[in-house]
Every structure is written in structure tokens, then in C-alpha cells.
Design a protein around this ligand. Sequence first.
Ligand SMILES: N[C@@H](CCC(=O)N[C@@H](CSC=O)C(=O)NCC(=O)O)C(=O)O
Length: 279
Amino acid sequence: MELLEEHRCFEGRQQRWRHDSTTLNCTMTFSIFLPPTADNVKPPVLYWLSGLTCNDENFTTKAGAQRVAAELGIALVMPDTSPRGDDVADDAGYDLGKGAGFYLNATQEPWASHYRMYDYIREELPTLIKAQFAVSDRAAISGHSMGGHGALILALKNPGTFTSVSAFAPIVNPTQVPWGQKAFSNYLGNDESTWQEWDSCALMQASQSQDAIPTLIDQGDADQFLANQLQPAVLAEVARLKSWPLTLRIQEGHDHSYYFIASWIEDHLRFHAEHLFAK
Ligand SMILES: N[C@@H](CCC(=O)N[C@@H](CSC=O)C(=O)NCC(=O)O)C(=O)O
């Protein structure tokens, strides 16, 4: 691992690291915020998954999460959104290829050799974080848009791994909307039955009641992608039918930007803290 940057931030440390990923078969960069802690106290971790076109720095520099994470004693881990490098397949569109990994494991060429973001976030990155940093085993997950989809599917597919999940303007039903259909047909192929295991609505529909975890979704009503890409009400309806503890909040006047995330991230951190620190 190579330390690329380090900054004091409130009473904690904001760092950026580069490492070789065996899962993704390329060099990756991630950011981490380490809060101040008393000696021998290991903070829990909130994994943040960003959206289309992002890398690890969008959330780090725009969301303003560090002040409250420092106060609460939560470490923040911000991975990149896709594999990177000259030999990694890409597409001219902003919604496919680099910056658009969709947190799944691709099965189709030319994507399959690198695009395994699901395995990277589920296994390789947490293993590395726990080995290299003094953090506890307790973890929660959150994300925005494509990253909200990622957070939801990671939580739904891995019962017991996360204490809680939250999302800002997530793509909840990717099998039914243009962003998801473009990504899934390329990464997974045209057999739509293989898409279901990457769709949070389908996963929640098939979930067991004992696996439900507290879930918070914020959605701006002035979001330009709300009607044709996001539709969080579809997941809220599945949650209602399954008695899954999901709270969907519609935030008046907010769009899809990081100004929206910055406005509500404190609520999400306090929501996760309640569950990360529960006895
Ligand atoms: N360029 C695109 C829209 C790209 C965009 O809005 N990206 C969002 C995430 S969208 C869903 O995953 C984002 O977070 N951008 C980075 C930022 O710092 O704002 C278009 O013009 O339509």
C-alpha cells in the first residue's frame, strides 16, 4: 500500500491510499477518514459508495462528513467506483465502464476480467481495511445513486455484515430503468434472469424477515433523475409488503447533487451511529 495524501481534518486524519487489487486485477485508490479515538478504541466503519463519474474523492471533498464522523467516532471508507488503468475496458458513455462499475461482478467480455466491484467491496477491501487500520469489525454502508444501489445490494446480499444501510437517491430497480438496463446488458449479458440478483427490489422481495436491517433513504423531489432512473417508492412498497424497516424521506427542493448529500449526511451518520454502537 502506498500513502498518496494525508491531511489533518477536525481531530482526525483524512488519507488517500493506492494498492494492487487482486480481485480487480489492477491498481486501485481509496480514501479513508480516521476519527480521533481514545487509546485502544477501534472505531466502526461506514463504507460510502459513490455514483456515476465519481472516484473516491467526490464524497471526501464535497459531502462534509468528517466533522460529524469525528464527533461520533466513525471511520469512513470511500472506494473508487470501478477498476482503473490503461488495460481496463471502457466506454465513451459516462454510465458504462470506468466510473460506472455498478458494484456487480461482470460476466461478459470485455468487462469480466476487471469489473468485479461486488467482490472487491464485499471481501478484498474490508479485509485490507481491517488488516491495515485499527478499526472494529462493525460496519455500515451508504451510497449515492449508483452507489445507493451498491449499498442496498451489498446489504441485502450479505445478511449480518452491516448493522444498517442508507442511501441518497439510489437506483433501486436497475433492471427496469435505462442506467441499469444499459449497464446490466453489457456487464451481465441479455439473459435478464441473471440481472435479478443485482436488483435491490428483487433481493428485498426474496429476503427473509430475520435478515432485515434498519434502512434510511433520502430522495430530493427536484432530482432530475427521480422519475426515469431512481423511483425509490418502488422499493418502499416492497419494504412495506415485507415489513422491512425502511424509511423513505422526500426532501423538498433537493436535486441529485452533492449539495443534497451535504445537507443530509449528518442525519445518515447519526442514524448509522445508533446501530453501529448499539450493545
Ligand atoms: N454527467 C451526467 C450525470 C453524472 C452525475 O450526475 N453523477 C452523479 C452520480 S449519478 C448516479 O450514479 C455524481 O455524483 N456526480 C459527481 C459529482 O461530484 O457531482 C449527466 O450529465 O447526466
